[in-house]
Design a protein around this ligand. Structure first.
Ligand SMILES: NC(=O)c1ccc[n+]([C@@H]2O[C@H](COP(=O)([O-])OP(=O)(O)OC[C@H]3O[C@@H](n4cnc5c(N)ncnc54)[C@H](OP(=O)(O)O)[C@@H]3O)[C@@H](O)[C@H]2O)c1
Length: 229
């Protein structure tokens, strides 16, 4: 701080002190700009068969009505929570295009498609984003942050890879279809970076082996990404 006893220099002194104060504030404010964005977690819901396959010729390799009901239930959650918010589903452009017209947008969920080519104003999705950064910005921004409850990534493979390798990766709800199917799209291995959790802690998840159409069996496993040391 600058102090001056000569009364002629009082205004000069005031100006210098003001300058000092502003400079200190600026310095203190700097780290705020570098703070991490509010934490967002994006949970994945995915089904793979014995060989890790998730798709064939742009479609699901199997038809499992009971598993589809579970998928709908977990991604929708409460249709609206107490604050009137809904869950959002994040969908890769190819998976979006593979959904029959009569089923999209997915009901009672906010549909967000990720694509570098789709027109932002295209009919169908609630929003189109062109990168993960744009998705996170959108989730932080109004009105979306007031409208959205949980965020679920529903694939396909490119989007699973994108989210699982990011800081935003939340829980992974993995349905293991206990059968072999021909596939051309595969889920990246959930390696040592992920820990399998006991499903008993997740009442929203069917417990144990489930029987589905044509005697096909499946079970749900839940994983979470390990915290960085
Ligand atoms: N078993 C399951 O649980 C499950 C779930 C979902 C889907 N599937 C299957 O998976 C297959 C489709 O998967 P896929 O990996 O081929 O395609 P996808 O992940 O559905 O979509 C890929 C597209 O997403 C966009 N994209 C990817 N990364 C992006 C980024 N960083 N920023 C902006 N846009 C990005 C690009 O769209 P643009 O080309 O428009 O830029 C890209 O072509 C299908 O067979 C489907 O049935 C299976």
């Amino acid at each position: 701080m600058y102090t001056v006893h000569n009364p002629i220099s009082v205004w000069y002194c005031v100006a210098l002190n003001l300058l000092y104060f502003c400079a200190s504030s600026t310095y203190i404010d700097l780290p705020i700009e570098g703070m991490p964005a509010k934490e967002i977690k994006i949970h994945s819901v995915v089904a793979c068969c014995n060989n890790g396959g998730i798709g064939f010729k742009g479609r699901l390799p199997w038809r499992l009505p009971k598993e589809m009901k579970y998928f709908k239930r977990i991604t929708t959650g409460e249709v609206e929570d107490v604050k009137g918010r809904r869950n959002a589903v994040i969908i890769g452009r190819k998976t979006w295009e593979s959904i029959p017209k009569s089923f999209k947008p997915l009901k009672d969920r906010i549909n967000i498609v990720i694509s570098r080519t789709l027109n932002k104003d295209c009919e169908g999705p609630d929003a189109v984003v062109n990168s993960l950064d744009e998705l996170v910005d959108l989730l932080h921004s109004t009105p979306w942050c007031d409208k959205i409850n949980q965020v679920y990534n529903i694939g396909g493979n490119e989007i699973y890879k994108l989210i699982h390798n990011s800081q935003y990766c939340g829980k992974i709800y993995l349905t293991r279809v206990l059968a072999d199917f021909q596939c051309d799209t595969f889920l990246e291995n959930l390696n040592d970076s992920f820990t399998k959790l006991p499903t008993e802690g997740f009442p929203e998840v069917p417990q144990g082996i489930q029987m589905d159409k044509n005697d096909l069996q499946w079970k749900v496993e839940v994983y979470e990404k390990n915290l960085l040391e």
